[in-house]
Design a protein around this ligand. Structure first.
Ligand SMILES: [Zn+2]
Length: 594
């Protein structure tokens, strides 16, 4: 069947685009058009279909109509009996500037095809074409193959490849860099933006170069970094030959914010190997209509995140200290989640759809981000491999093997195969590690792995001149409820939990004194750890009194630091990992003298 979509953005009144689909060579007596419920890279079921209206069909070039029945919210059944060529028409409302968007304004179109171009059921593997009708001065940026210019027309070999290529049109600023001779476009859309074009080109080129050197190969003929500037950031979404990021327009300075931007770009870029090509069998071909389960998402996201930080280190965009600081920050995320060991990484991966993507009040007590824990386990696995092979192998060796055996030839990973590849690539038996930390729920002793690289790991000691009073700790998270403190989460094994606080409680007084949101944290300073306190709350609108004892806050910051003695092997591991020789710890600064 010949499938050709037409997107008309010439009269984008009220953010509604006009669409049509020409279907030629129809044989079956009926066919279904289906809109995906999710897009690869974002593992949750969405209601993209809500903006669809007025879907009708008629024989091509002829009069009459083709009966259409909406058999489900996202599925239309066309009775085509005897009609071999027909045209479907509909409109879609699109006004949301997020990574998985259909956004249509008077000066811009950003189209993730899955959000507005339904597929023909049973014909996912056939080539499709997309024709764009745009205001004359608009420029199009997409990684789809261009097959015509008036009107701009593109072709994808399959529907999967179509939905993996966003289309951006309007007035983007397009910069081009050519690391390793491969054209990479940086397409920046949106007003303002405190970026420096030359620096952006240089730094993204460094990321590309360091990534290619780490994997040892690139499958690309071209790539686009879509950067949308907005006031509400939405992170990034990976594709096989592009990624789209929605960032705040002031993301490019100061340095710390800019490093976050680079870290996002490094993560999404690394996905072109890890997840887009090195991928679980379950993730392609895709079933767009329902959740797809795999125990390997932790590797696809957490390990990608770990490697993308390593890329920043190799690219010189992170110093060794910054790399360790970021790793310690992620370790803190994991260690401060009471639910970090309630499920294995494999199970966290399998339930990501209803867990990570749909957090609720009990999430921190029964779960942990598979990004953060996946990162930390990858870091420890890397050190384990470097240590046991005396640096002859590393997690990079494993990734390169995954690339040559799976990613490059396009072979999907079976469930449970990640360890087999790691064993083969390193010559080690990693069963115990995987049993404990990937398939199991053992507490990860980060310190013991850090030792392999001549480092310690633990809470960051208080600065000697830090004399700030230690506030009491309740173990709750809270939000603003019209100036009141509304409890959103009560963490396990904390004074709040033991004292009977519940999510939803509005705290109005401590020991009889009124508290309100702006001064709540300050108020806690009056109740140091060990102090009994009466907490007055409104619970479901009714007054209650609770008695509890303030606790001590868990560490807010962790750090990796050099530790003596470091064996020759530890020094070797350190250098192979961070790219700099191990250095003895510097003496701690003494108290400041006035
Ligand atoms: Zn990711």
């Amino acid at each position: 069947m010949h499938i050709r979509y037409r997107v008309d953005a010439t009269a984008a009144e009220g953010h509604r685009g006009r669409f049509s689909i020409d279907l030629d060579g129809v044989e079956a007596p009926s066919l279904d058009l289906v809109l995906p419920s999710w897009v690869p890279g974002s593992y949750h079921i969405m209601n993209y279909v809500r903006g669809f209206r007025g879907l009708t069909a008629r024989p091509s070039g002829g009069a009459g109509s083709v009966p259409v029945e909406r058999v489900a919210s996202d599925r239309w059944r066309l009775t085509t009996a005897g009609i071999h060529s027909l045209t479907v028409q509909y409109t879609v409302y699109g006004h949301q500037m997020v990574t998985e968007a259909f956004d249509l304004t008077s000066d811009h179109l950003f189209l993730n095809p899955a959000l507005a171009l339904p597929f023909v059921d049973g014909h996912l593997q056939e080539p499709v074409e997309v024709e764009l009708h745009l205001p004359p001065d608009w420029r199009v940026v997409t990684e789809l193959e261009e097959v015509g210019s008036r009107p701009p027309t593109y072709r994808a070999p399959t529907y999967d490849e179509l939905v993996d290529c966003p289309i951006d049109a309007g007035h983007p600023l397009v910069l081009t860099i050519r690391p390793h001779g491969i054209p990479h476009r940086i397409s920046i859309c949106g007003e303002g933006g405190n970026y420096e074009a030359h620096r952006l080109e240089e730094d993204l080129a460094k990321i590309v170069d360091a990534s290619i050197r780490l994997v040892g190969d690139s499958p690309l003929r071209g790539y686009t970094f879509f950067v949308h500037l907005s006031d509400v950031p939405d992170g990034g979404l990976e594709h096989a030959s592009s990624n789209s990021a929605v960032v705040r327009r002031d993301s490019f300075a100061p340095l710390e914010g800019y490093q976050r931007f680079l870290s996002l770009q490094s993560h999404e870029y690394f996905h072109l190997w890890n997840v887009k090509r090195i991928r679980p069998k379950a993730l392609g071909p895709f079933d767009y209509t329902r959740e797809v389960s795999t125990g390997q998402l932790w590797w696809m996201e957490g390990t990608t995140d770990y490697f993308s930080d390593l890329v920043l280190r190799r690219a010189g965009l992170y110093s060794p200290a910054k790399f360790l600081e970021e790793s310690a920050r992620i370790a803190k995320d994991v260690l401060s989640s009471p639910g970090r060991n309630s499920l294995s990484l494999e199970d966290l991966s399998r339930i990501a759809w209803v867990d990570y993507y749909q957090p609720f009040e009990e999430t921190p007590n029964q779960s942990v981000s598979y990004y953060s824990k996946g990162y930390l386990v990858s870091l420890c696995l890397d050190l384990e491999i470097r240590h046991r092979t005396e640096t002859r192998a590393s997690l990079e060796t494993v990734l390169r093997r995954l690339w040559t055996e799976y990613g490059k030839p396009g072979r999907g990973l079976e469930e449970g195969e990640l360890q087999t590849v790691a064993d083969r690539a390193t010559g080690l038996d990693l069963t115990e590690f995987y049993d404990r930390y990937v398939r199991g729920t053992a507490e990860l002793d980060v310190e013991s792995f850090a030792r392999y690289a001549g480092l310690t790991f633990g809470p960051r000691p208080k600065a000697p001149d830090d004399e700030a009073p230690e506030p009491g700790y309740l173990g709750i998270r809270f939000e603003d409820a019209r100036g009141f403190v509304r409890v959103t989460h009560v963490l396990l094994d904390t004074p709040g939990r033991r004292g009977g606080l519940s999510p939803g409680d509005e705290i109005i007084a401590l020991n009889g004194s009124k508290v309100s949101l702006p001064k709540f944290e300050k108020a806690l300073e009056a109740y140091p750890p060990g102090t009994p306190v009466d907490v007055t709350v409104f619970r479901r609108g009714y007054l209650r009194h609770l008695s509890l004892t303030m606790g001590k806050s868990p560490p807010q910051k962790y750090r990796f630091a050099a530790a003596e003695p470091a064996s020759d092997l530890a020094r070797k591991v350190h250098e192979s990992w961070l790219g700099v020789p191990w250095e003895a710890p510097k003496p701690e600064a003494g108290p400041k003298k006035g």
